[in-house]
Design a protein around this ligand. Structure first.
Ligand SMILES: O=C(CO)[C@H](O)[C@H](O)COP(=O)(O)O
Length: 224
């Protein structure tokens, strides 16, 4: 069985548990496909055998992926990638048969983009130009702004955040979440040359497991 291994603080718990079960011999034949370099290191540390995505050494199919999310809307659309790993996550989680998302109640939103940035991975070449084209998609939308994600290089200087793929991240902010047809907006973003992928994971999650504040768990399945 091949598992897509997610990235982030929630997915890290799943990696630890998976490692425990593998070491106890409870999951023979299970291997993982990691969605980031960080997850690759973590999985190796806890003893999860790893496979590439595709190619001779890769699994014929990914049976199940497990990951966290930054936001979940009522239709189980997600914002992911605030941790910076959206591209590999989308490739792996989109290639699998089942995609299980684990979140706590605070991640549930009425509309995507309500609680923070919606990330877009762009190639470094001409990134300011690509940023301008992304801004044009939401031209005139009150409260919308977009910027390049930066990290501290040293005490003096900021530098663009680099993804595992050597790309930059544009962060899009919406005053009250994204209104309108998400699939159309997704298409518009993906049509921009220079955009590699965005962090809206639309109609991808097959199950969302929600940890509620009162200690109960709610499981929501995708409607067919
Ligand atoms: O998409 C992701 C990383 O790119 C994470 O799944 C998302 O940011 C949620 O992280 P956490 O479980 O730490 O809240």
């Amino acid at each position: 069985m091949a598992l897509g291994l997610g990235t982030g603080s929630t997915a890290a718990h799943a990696l630890d548990r998976l490692g425990d079960l593998l070491r106890a011999g409870a999951l023979p034949g299970v291997a993982g496909v990691p969605t980031s370099l960080k997850t690759e290191l973590h999985a190796t540390r806890v003893g999860i055998p790893l496979l590439p995505l595709g190619g001779d050494g890769g699994p014929a199919r990914i049976h199940l992926s497990i990951d966290g999310a930054d936001e979940v809307d009522p239709d189980l659309n997600l914002v992911k990638g605030r941790g910076g790993s959206l591209l590999r996550e989308k490739m792996i989680e989109g290639a699998g048969e089942k995609f299980v998302v684990i979140v706590d109640e605070s991640k549930l939103v009425p509309r995507l983009g309500c609680t923070g940035a919606v990330p877009v991975e762009v190639i470094p070449f001409g990134a300011p130009h690509t940023l301008g084209l992304i801004r044009k998609v939401f031209d005139g939308l009150p409260g919308f702004h977009a910027r390049l994600r930066m990290v501290k290089k040293d005490a003096e200087e900021d530098t663009p955040f680099l993804t595992d793929n050597g790309n930059y991240i544009v962060e899009m902010f919406f005053e009250d979440g994204i209104r309108g047809n998400l699939h159309n907006i997704s298409d518009q973003l993906l049509r921009i040359t220079g955009v590699v992928e965005h962090g809206m994971f639309l109609s991808m999650a097959t199950t969302v497991i929600i940890a509620n504040k009162d200690g109960t768990v709610t499981v929501m399945d995708k409607k067919n």
